[in-house]
Design a protein around this ligand. Structure first.
Ligand code: NAP
Length: 278
C-alpha cells in the first residue's frame, strides 16, 4: 500500500509555481471575496492568502459583512471583473443563506473564474473541452493521480457525491481520461456492491461511510471528505486504518486532497494570469 501524499506533492507544485512567478516582472493577482463571519471560511481564506504570499502572487481579501445584499456582492464582482490588475476572482463559499450562490457565481468573468464554477467553465468540462480553469478539488485529484503515474484509462472509477464543485466535475474529468465512471449519492441503493467494483474509489460526502468491506483489493482510494470528529481532529469519509489494509494507494486526511486543492488554486491563478497577459 502506498500513501498518496498530497502534502508533499502540493508543496512541489507550489515551488514550481513560485519559481515561474519569480521570473515575471508583473505578478499574478488573486482577489478573494469573503462574505460574513463563517469561522471555517476565514481559516480557508487565510490559508489561501498566505500561500499566495509565499509564492509571490499578489492577493487581496475583500471582507463584506453578513448582511451584504446579492446586488452588492454582484457589484463587487463586476468591479473586480473590470479591474485589469486582478487576474483571478474567488468567492468563498458557502455564502450567507439570503444570497443566491449560482446567481453570483455566474457574474464572475469566466477568464477570471479561478474556481472553475461559472456555467461557461463547467459547460466546457461537460463538453470535454478545456475550460479557462478546472474546479480546484477535481483538478487537484487528477493531478495527484497523474503525478503518481496512476493509469486512469480503462479503470472503473466510482465517485460518491454529486456536488457541482466536486463529484460532478470530477466524474466528467475522469471520463475525459477514459475511465468508466459510476456516480453514487445518498439515494444510491446497494452502495457497497458498487464500491466493491471500483478500481478508483472517490468518496466526497462529508460522512464517515467507507469501511474495509466496501473496497476491492488493490483499489485506489481518494478521500475528499473533511469531518471534524468529537475530539476536534480532522478525518475523512474513509476509515483509513482499516481501508489501507486492502487499498493499493490511499489519500490520508489531512494531507491528501486538501493540499492538492490549494496547489490547484495557485496553478489556476498563475495560468489565468498567463492567458490574460499573452
Ligand atoms: P455536498 O455538496 O454536501 O455533497 C455531498 C454529496 O455526498 C451529495 O451528493 C450527497 O448525496 C452525497 N452523500 C452524502 N451522504 C452520503 C451517503 N451516506 N452515501 C452516499 N452519498 C452521500 O458536499 P461537497 O461540497 O461535495 O463536499 C463533500 C465533502 O468534501 C465535504 O466533507 C467537504 O468538506 C469536503 N471537501 C473537501 C475539499 C478538499 O479540498 N479536501 C474540497 C471540497 C469539499 P445527495 O446529492 O443525494 O444529497
Amino acid at each position: 500500500m502506498q500513501i498518496l501524499d498530497g502534502k508533499t506533492l502540493g508543496k512541489e507544485i507550489q515551488e514550481e509555481i513560485r519559481l515561474e512567478v519569480e521570473k515575471l516582472s508583473k505578478k499574478p493577482h488573486l482577489a478573494v471575496i469573503l462574505v460574513g463571519d463563517n469561522p471555517a471560511s476565514k481559516i480557508y481564506v487565510n490559508t489561501k492568502n498566505k500561500t499566495c504570499e509565499r509564492l509571490g502572487i499578489n492577493s487581496t481579501v475583500i471582507t463584506l459583512p453578513e448582511n451584504t445584499t446579492e446586488d452588492e456582492l454582484k457589484l463587487k464582482i463586476k468591479t473586480l471583473n473590470e479591474d485589469s490588475d486582478v487576474n483571478a476572482i474567488l468567492v468563498q463559499l458557502p455564502l450567507p443563506e439570503h444570497i443566491n450562490t449560482a446567481n453570483c457565481i455566474k457574474e464572475i468573468s469566466p477568464i477570471k473564474d479561478v474556481d472553475g464554477f461559472t456555467p461557461e467553465n463547467l459547460g466546457a468540462v461537460i463538453c470535454g473541452k478545456q475550460p479557462y480553469a478546472y474546479p480546484c478539488t477535481p483538478f487537484g485529484i487528477i493531478t495527484l493521480l497523474k503525478r503518481n503515474n496512476i493509469e486512469i484509462s480503462g479503470k472503473h472509477a466510482v465517485v460518491i457525491g454529486r456536488s457541482n464543485i466536486v463529484g460532478k466535475p470530477l466524474s466528467l474529468m475522469l471520463l475525459k481520461e477514459n475511465a468508466t465512471v459510476t456516480m453514487c449519492h445518498s439515494k444510491t441503493k446497494n452502495l457497497k456492491e458498487i464500491t466493491k467494483t471500483a478500481d478508483i474509489l472517490v468518496s466526497a460526502t462529508g460522512n464517515r461511510i467507507i469501511t474495509k468491506d466496501m473496497v476491492k483489493k488493490d483499489a485506489i482510494v481518494i478521500d475528499v471528505g473533511i469531518i471534524r470528529n468529537k475530539e476536534g481532529k480532522l478525518e475523512g469519509d474513509v476509515y483509513f486504518d482499516e481501508v489501507k489494509e486492502v487499498a493499493s494507494y490511499i489519500t490520508p486526511v489531512p494531507g491528501g486532497v486538501g493540499p492538492m486543492t490549494i496547489a490547484a488554486l495557485m496553478k489556476n491563478t498563475f495560468e489565468l494570469f498567463l492567458m490574460q497577459n499573452k
